[in-house]
Design a protein around this ligand. Structure first.
Ligand code: ATP
Ligand code: FE
Length: 356
């Protein structure tokens, strides 16, 4: 099976070709990503209207590049997979319209993919992990522990009750005048900082379940920053690095402890070999990966994390999720709808529309 995937749900326009022969590992033949960071940099965050226009302009270029790099033509494909949600609706619609056009022109089947399923199935694409496995999906808009039972079947063990960690990294960068996306810039600053100088809260750690909360971090950061400014008139490089290090350490500690609980919960339900996988943009953070790896080893679970380029948004994960859906017999029609919200534990195929 050779599938073209399209992704345009946030601020990356992407196209990729992934091939899987029966029983074999999937192979990424090409993966093209056009980021939009410069377009949004003046605004301190992603502007939906600007994102949608840029996707509409770049999608066909990405598709051409993905086909050329993969050395395949449209006639070599078996299906077109596209992110149908969740995400910024203008961007998702651009991708869905482009995919519908390709499908209508070629007669190739169209497959709507849940963007979060793309992230959550990445460990199968990269490491051939078998179902079921435990998953920490940690990204710009999400943070949840899931059990992946099948390509269409996920159950949720817990998750954030407010902000996602990626969002917290982005807000921290904004508050400290660092460039977006915040994750990489805060991580770089944290490398030279002292994580013990500022003590950030670790909410919900006293609670036994694996729910998390991150919104208190930005309030704490703002208070600390304002106090330094009031005392010294401004932030030094070292102040900034120490704030980043303290902030990142709070996220690392919280994710490590909650992951320990999620593994324990999962072990109760399925005591066989336990695999815990992490995916999503925040999984690109080296300190977080290292902490999760340590906890997994302590709990006797196997840990896997995708290569950095497949943590953040890309279309290879969408093409692969498309292959998995295709194999379950799913085909979407030209009435496929773009969904702004689409919880992963409601992945059932074509009853698109509205969402919750
Ligand atoms: P979602 O997948 O929830 O819809 P999204 O697609 O916008 O959201 P991703 O592309 O998966 O999110 O991840 C982007 C997020 O990952 C951003 O918030 C970014 O700051 C964060 N991120 C990227 N690299 C790192 C890093 N090294 N450390 C921490 N966070 C990071
Ligand atoms: Fe994403």
């Amino acid at each position: 099976l050779t599938v073209l995937g399209l992704e345009s749900s946030c601020d990356d326009t992407a196209a990729a070709v992934v091939r899987q022969c029966t029983g074999a590992r999937a192979e990424i033949l090409s993966s093209v990503v056009h980021g939009q960071t410069e377009l949004h940099s003046a605004y301190g965050g992603v502007v939906p209207e600007i994102a949608a226009r840029a996707h509409a302009e770049k999608l066909d270029i990405c598709v051409k590049q993905a086909l050329t790099q993969a050395e395949v033509g449209l006639r070599d494909l078996d299906a077109i997979a596209v992110t149908a949600g969740p995400g910024l609706i203008g961007g998702v619609m651009s991708g869905v319209m482009c995919a519908k056009g390709l499908s209508a022109a070629t007669g190739l089947p169209l497959i709507g993919v849940n963007h979060l399923a793309g992230h959550a199935l990445t460990p199968r694409l990269t490491d051939g992990i078998a179902f079921p496995y435990l998953m920490l999906l940690v990204s710009g808009g999400h943070c949840q522990y899931l059990i992946a039972h099948g390509p269409e079947h996920f159950t949720r063990l817990g998750g954030t009750i407010d902000d996602a960690p990626g969002e917290a990294f982005d807000k921290t960068a904004r508050l400290l005048g660092l460039p977006q996306p915040g994750g990489p810039s805060v991580e770089a600053e944290a490398c030279t900082g002292d994580p013990k100088r500022f003590r950030f809260p670790r909410p919900l750690l006293d609670r036994p379940e694996c729910d998390l909360s991150f919104s208190g971090l930005k309030t704490a950061l703002m208070r600390m920053r304002d106090q330094i400014v009031a005392e010294k008139g401004g932030l030094t490089r070292q102040d900034r690095a120490d704030l980043c290090a303290g902030f990142q350490q709070a996220i690392v500690d919280t994710l490590a402890e909650k992951t320990r609980r999620a593994i324990a919960l999962y072990l109760e339900a399925s005591p066989s070999e336990t695999v815990i996988a992490v995916a999503g943009g925040v999984a690109a953070n080296t300190a977080i990966r290292a902490a999760l790896e340590t906890v997994s080893a302590e709990m006797g679970a196997r840990f896997t994390a995708p290569p950095m380029a497949l943590c953040t948004d890309n279309a290879a994960m969408i093409a692969y999720a498309g292959i998995e859906r295709f194999r379950t017999g799913v085909r979407d029609g030209l009435d496929l709808m773009a969904r702004p919200r689409w919880p992963l534990d409601q992945t059932s195929p074509s009853m698109l529309g509205g969402g919750k």
